[in-house]
Design a protein around this ligand. Structure first.
Ligand code: COA
Length: 178
């Protein structure tokens, strides 16, 4: 497969394509479609976040095969506050404050390993008015862990637990400015 053309979505397009995004999420994260669709309100709540950027990659038939989105985080947002409470104040100052938060990055399994994830992430991180980017990912040696390490992301914290989720997460950061 050649890497599909990537399209930047505005917030209206992200809202319109929310269910498609969650179908890609379901396949990539190996959860049921209904579990993924339960995340509809989360995506909807993100649509008016400052600095929202979204990028989608479709195949020749227009089917979404990979997607990424994020926004500028701020105190008062659930994920931001959970992560801020777990990091040291100096890491909050130097990495989290004003950071672009990568919320979702997913590629359908059949399209993985062909450069699409890297292309989506690079395009997503071209443009946000932020000095750093941050994200959380399951703290296991998954494909995503190796992928992020390879792309220059560093561990800011390991073993973070979110309420109601039995999985441990790693908080990763990447500097966007030289
Ligand atoms: C993580 C994910 C987005 C990566 O997308 P992808 O399209 O498979 O990744 P790419 O093909 O663009 O990989 C780019 C580079 O990352 C590196 N890489 C990828 N997987 C790697 C691994 N397991 N170990 C080390 N490096 C890896 C490689 O250097 C690769 O470059 P190469 O093609 O020259 O070998 C995708 O695998 C995915 O959707 N996984 C499941 C969902 C998920 O975990 N999302 C992230 C949640 S935070």
């Amino acid at each position: 497969m050649t890497v599909p053309a990537l399209l930047e979505w505005d917030r209206d397009e992200l809202g319109r394509r929310r269910d498609e995004l969650l179908d890609v999420y379901a396949e990539a994260m190996q959860v049921s479609a209904s579990a993924a669709r339960a995340r509809r309100p989360i995506v909807s709540a993100h649509l008016d976040r400052p600095g929202l950027r979204a990028v989608g990659g479709t195949d020749d038939d227009g089917r979404l095969v990979g997607v990424a989105y994020g926004y500028l985080g701020a105190p008062g947002q659930w994920w931001h506050d959970q992560v801020a409470a777990a990091l040291t104040p100096s890491i909050v100052d130097s990495w989290l404050t004003g950071a672009f938060e990568v919320c979702e990055l997913h590629v359908r399994p059949a399209a993985q390993g062909q450069g699409l994830g890297r292309a989506l992430l690079e395009q997503l991180l071209t443009g946000p008015p932020a000095a750093t980017a941050v994200l959380t990912t399951p703290d296991r040696e998954t494909r995503a862990r190796g992928f992020y390490r390879d792309a220059g992301w560093v561990d800011l914290l390991r073993g973070l637990m979110f309420p109601g989720d039995p999985r441990a997460f790693a908080v990763l950061g990447k500097r966007l400015l030289p």
